[in-house]
Design a protein around this ligand. Structure first.
Ligand SMILES: *Cc1c(COP(=O)(O)O)cnc(C)c1O
Length: 505
């Protein structure tokens, strides 16, 4: 680094200054682009230093998204970071790799295609984009059918469990489809297929089942849903199809539970999405959607672009995007093969079991995650009258662990949960250390005075404010049961948590 004009006091200052502060003596620009340039080293250090305050991705047990890949794959990704995926004519090999990935995934999900046949599907930025595309295809197919029958087609709806990931709500709002959610209940945290089928009507574009609920990792019973819907369709003639949101479970079930029938083996399953960047083991930025057959993807949604002289059929929401993730997905497929994925998923499941057992043995938690499902551990406290999962989550941060705490959706809002996602890079020794840190935190908060007495007082004060004076008197008179108190506390925390933008993903 060359510092051109230095006065004596400047050079003195520079000896005592940290590197970046030589260049940035005022607050960093936040709103307007700065007038002048700064050296590249300074820009690097300033940003790098600020980023140090982010959490450590490897210790982020909140996320399903891949945080470690092999250096060889890192290299492939860096080498292709300047390739725009959409330039298919210029980068035909990249396009070919995406097609191979689509084929492999379709075969993995038992699509009814021949050994060498090309599957129908596309690489996306993640499962959210994949779900938007699948949802659009269902909406358009339903509209076409209704038009042909001379029936109204302005009130489409979609049936899901209340445990769906937020991207379904996004789809519903952006694309004007009513979201009909099957409520959960205490002790049952996935969509009940029976209730879902009851909610289906002539305007239902599809029922979305989740293979690996975000909240507890549990698989929904797609087979039962398929059977019940088949029966209903026979009676009504509605032919309601199924989409499976296999964002996390799509790369778990085929390897660990090949006998579990959830995919294209079920005739009503018309499309499936999966996140390449979750258990597909690629860094963030890749998802996939595959359709059962060409007939399930309305032709009018496919754009044929004459791009630099070549015909390119595309069905995505975006135009430009990076190629690295697609290349990395292909790397993982051929590098690991079925055997490699199976071993990794088994390992994750083993670590989840160790953690789940360890937490259970502490005698303080109820385990909500199931033995069969996504490798994660979701627990609630047996007794939240003194301390809550939110306090545990906060306290674990001191050891560097990022573990989300949240409340369940309707109608199980009073259940509060801690969730630890097990990824490939979460080793057995980290699991053991996590357990011992859990023990430390539990011991510590046992010795603390209950923060809840303050919280409860606060909650009651808020409740009092909201209610009239008369009711306030009743409220004071009324003896609060432990359960009521816990519910108040859960609601209090939920209000706090809802204000935060971060959450479970
Ligand atoms: C993560 C997740 C999504 C969203 O996927 P992205 O790949 O993050 O866009 C959707 N559904 C479920 C069940 C998920 O777990």
């Amino acid at each position: 680094m060359v510092i051109t004009t230095t006065t004596r006091s400047d050079s003195e200052a520079s000896v005592h200054c940290t590197f970046a502060s030589r260049y940035v003596r005022t607050a960093l620009p936040k709103f307007k682009m700065p007038e002048n340039s700064i050296p590249k080293e300074a820009a690097y250090q300033i940003i790098n230093d600020e980023l140090m305050l982010d959490g450590n991705p490897r210790l982020n047990l909140a996320s399903f998204v891949t945080t470690w890949m092999e250096p060889e794959c890192d290299k492939l990704m860096m080498d292709s970071v300047n390739k725009n995926y959409v330039d298919m004519d210029e980068y035909p090999v990249t396009t070919e790799l995406q097609n191979r990935c689509v084929n492999m995934i379709a075969h993995l999900f038992n699509a009814p295609i021949g050994e060498d046949a090309t599957a129908v599907g596309v690489g996306t930025v993640g499962s959210s984009e994949a779900i938007m595309l699948a949802g659009l295809a269902f909406k358009r197919k339903w509209q076409n059918k209704r038009k042909a029958e001379g029936k109204p087609f302005d009130k489409p709806n979609i049936v899901t469990g209340a445990n769906v990931q937020v991207c379904w709500e996004k789809f519903a709002r952006y694309f004007e489809v009513e979201l009909k959610e099957v409520k959960l209940s205490k002790g049952y945290y996935v969509m009940d297929p029976k209730k879902a089928v009851e909610m289906v009507d002539e305007n239902t574009i599809c029922v979305a089942a989740i293979l690996g609920s975000t909240l507890t990792g549990e698989f929904e019973d797609v087979k039962l849903l398929n059977d019940l819907l088949t029966k209903k369709s026979k009676e009504t003639g509605w032919d309601t199809p199924i989409h499976v949101d296999a964002a996390s479970g799509g790369f778990i079930a085929p390897f660990l539970y090949p006998e579990l029938v959830w995919d294209f083996r079920l005739p009503l399953v018309k499309s499936i999405n999966v996140s390449g960047h979750k258990y597909g083991l690629v860094y963030p930025g890749v998802g996939w959607v595959v359709w059962r057959s060409k007939e399930d993807l309305p032709e009018e949604l496919i754009f044929h672009i004459n791009y630099l002289g070549a015909d390119q059929p595309t069905f995505t929401l975006n135009f430009s995007k990076g190629s690295s993730q697609i290349i990395a997905q292909y790397y993982q497929f051929i590098r690991l093969g079925f055997e490699g994925y199976r071993d990794i998923m088994r390992n994750c499941m083993e670590n989840a079991k160790v953690l789940s057992k360890g937490l259970e043995e502490m005698g303080r938690f109820e385990i909500l995650s199931k033995d069969i499902g996504v490798p994660l551990v979701a627990v609630s406290l047996n007794d939240s009258s003194k301390h809550t999962v939110f306090e545990i989550s906060e306290s674990m941060k001191r050891f560097g662990w990022i573990i989300p705490a949240y409340t369940m959706p309707a109608d199980a809002e009073d259940v509060t949960v801690l969730r630890v996602v097990i990824r490939e890079d979460f080793s057995r020794s980290l699991a053991e250390r996590l357990l011992s840190d859990f023990e430390k935190v539990l011991k510590e908060i046992d010795e603390l005075p209950s923060r809840l007495s303050n919280k409860v007082a606060h909650v009651i004060a808020t409740v009092e404010e909201l209610k009239g004076r008369e009711e306030r008197e009743n409220l004071v008179k009324k003896q609060k049961t432990v359960k009521e108190t816990q519910e108040h506390v859960a609601r209090y925390w939920r209000r706090l948590v809802d204000r935060k933008t971060s959450g479970v993903c």
